[in-house]
Ligand binder design. Structure first.
Ligand SMILES: O=C(O)[C@H](O)[C@@H](O)[C@H](O)[C@H](O)COP(=O)(O)O
Length: 267
């Protein structure tokens, strides 16, 4: 079995866009293309979604593209959506990443385009799980049920074709925050966070080991408040315990999509 801590990872490539709209359009088009190609290539597609305003704007753009006649789309019955992290809140809380993604795209795909509701794999809510640790274990079991046979990582995970990540001004990704024990958790696919510095405190997150199994890992980074964190993350030798985004990587490609404001301090 491959040691997941040593999964092959690719070096980051940066792409800088004039503004949020340009960035969001490119990522939305690319996301659709990856889903189409994945279904054609291996019969299904698994995408990992992110919260945050840029990540949700990408989904809104995908919804726009899907509604346009002539857009090439995947067979939605073969597409699965997962999350990189979630806030442990009640199911109807508008702060849940899943609620926002449903409103932006998923409800329309289910109602109008044949996406099976059961292909949307939400992280547990505070009604489902008494604690982040329990929520993390539940989500690991959900992913195990779709684990790729003979996957290269040695972890019980679906083959993630693409995994989106927002980046916080503190350099956090998913719910992996600077200085937290979650950063060092290895050999498992999920981790609970009880004390997030960004509210709400209780969250569930994929681990770095899980993130590193994805074929493509794409950040979506918009705004001047991310400039310092992005610059540090993309500087060799940065300690990921201080800037978790420094460990962002996928097995086939790692793309940092930044708008000019977020890229302002890149070396
Ligand atoms: O769970 C959270 O607290 C947010 O989802 C967070 O992780 C977000 O992804 C980044 O802060 C980037 O957010 P923006 O895309 O809004 O800049």
């Amino acid at each position: 079995m491959t040691d997941p801590a040593k999964a092959p990872v690719t070096a980051p490539r940066t792409e800088i866009y004039a503004g949020k709209d340009e960035l969001v359009s490119v990522v939305a088009e690319r996301l659709l293309a990856v889903l189409v190609d994945a279904v054609a290539d291996h019969g299904s597609a698994h995408a990992v979604l992110t919260g945050g305003s840029a990540g949700i704007a990408v989904l809104e753009k995908v919804a726009e593209l899907v509604a346009e006649p002539g857009t090439e789309t995947p067979s939605w019955s073969a597409v699965h959506f997962w999350w990189g992290d979630e806030r442990l809140l009640p199911s109807d809380d508008p702060e849940r990443n899943a609620m926002q993604a449903h409103a932006a795209l998923l409800d329309a795909l289910i109602a109008e385009h044949g996406l099976p509701a059961q292909n949307v794999h939400r992280m547990p809510t505070s009604e489902d799980a008494a604690s982040p640790t329990v929520g993390a274990e539940m989500y690991a079991a959900s992913m195990e049920a779709f684990a790729e046979e003979g996957g290269h990582s040695g972890l019980a995970l679906p083959r993630f074709d693409v995994l989106l990540l927002g980046v916080g001004p503190d350099g956090h990704i998913a719910s992996l925050f600077p200085g937290k024990d979650s950063l060092g958790v290895s050999g498992v696919v999920t981790v609970g966070e009880d004390d997030s510095p960004k509210p709400p405190p209780q969250r569930v997150s994929l681990t770095f080991d899980a993130i590193h199994t994805a074929d493509r890992v794409w950040t979506v980074v918009v705004g001047q408040d991310k400039a310092a964190a992005a610059a540090k993350a993309l500087t060799e030798g940065t300690d990921p315990r201080e800037i978790p985004a420094a460990r962002v990587a996928g097995t086939m490609e790692t793309i940092w999509h930044l708008d000019q404001a977020a890229a302002a301090e890149l070396g």
